[in-house]
Design a protein around this ligand. Structure first.
Ligand SMILES: [Zn+2]
Length: 234
């Protein structure tokens, strides 16, 4: 993948713990910015294998279903490609291996912006934030800075031709301290449709859509995805 930060389209990498997290977090922004020349890529860290309480469940079938749903949602939003790391859902812990895997994709995609989970939230939106979300958020921040940009950090990746890369901006969703809002009113229905692609996860669609609309609606009646935005100075 050529490094075209100066002249080419802006690229964004979305790092999510589970299939469907990216749709909750930033699908509207991905769709909207995609229309303005941005290229979005997804990196999903776990296999989604805990996403069912069905006693008859065949795990392999659920994993395949969730991959298919994630790809379908991404296609709807105009996301260029979805990568999967396939860590076991619910068992993700911060590790050097996880940071390395994320660095690999940062160096491969070479994004200007990275979107991911806010890692510091244990309680978010009056609910317990999933531990996988926290692990991914923290590992992604460490991958952005300093690991992806540091040549001696992972010499094996550099030997593979994955040169260091500086990310310019980070956007964290589900943050208790949002400082950046994207007006997604024009693509709200598209975000909802993308969420509904995750059929194996959504059981009360009407109620979920209503709750989400309420959460995204501002005082002005318009809908926003809110982020904690970090501009990396150099
Ligand atoms: Zn999740």
């Amino acid at each position: 993948m050529a490094d075209a930060e100066e002249t080419g389209p802006k690229r964004a990498l979305v790092v999510a713990a589970h299939p469907d997290d990216a749709e909750f977090g930033c699908a509207g922004t991905a769709a909207l910015w995609g229309r303005n020349g941005w290229e979005f890529y997804y990196l999903v860290c776990t296999d989604g294998s805990k996403g069912s309480n069905d006693p008859e469940l065949v795990i392999e079938r659920l994993i395949a279903t969730r991959r298919r749903e994630q790809r379908e949602a991404a296609r709807l939003l105009g996301v260029r490609e979805v990568f999967f790391l396939d860590y076991v859902d619910g068992e993700l812990a911060y590790s050097r291996q996880l940071v390395r895997d994320i660095v690999r994709y940062i160096r491969l995609v070479r994004p200007h912006a990275v979107f991911t989970h806010e890692p510091s939230q244990i309680i978010a939106n009056r609910a317990i934030n999933h531990p996988d979300h926290r692990a991914v958020g923290e590992a992604t921040l460490d991958a952005v800075y300093p690991m992806a940009r540091t040549r001696p950090a992972f010499p094996d990746l550099t030997a593979e031709g994955l040169e260091p890369h500086r990310v310019g901006e980070v956007y964290l969703w589900n943050s208790g301290e949002p400082n950046f809002a994207v007006d997604i009113t024009d693509v709200l229905e598209l975000k909802m449709q993308a969420l509904l692609c995750h059929r194996s996860q959504i059981h009360e669609a009407e109620r979920l859509m209503e709750t989400l609309r309420e959460r995204l609606r501002g005082e002005d009646g318009r809908y926003h995805e809110r982020f904690r935005h970090i501009q990396l100075a150099f």
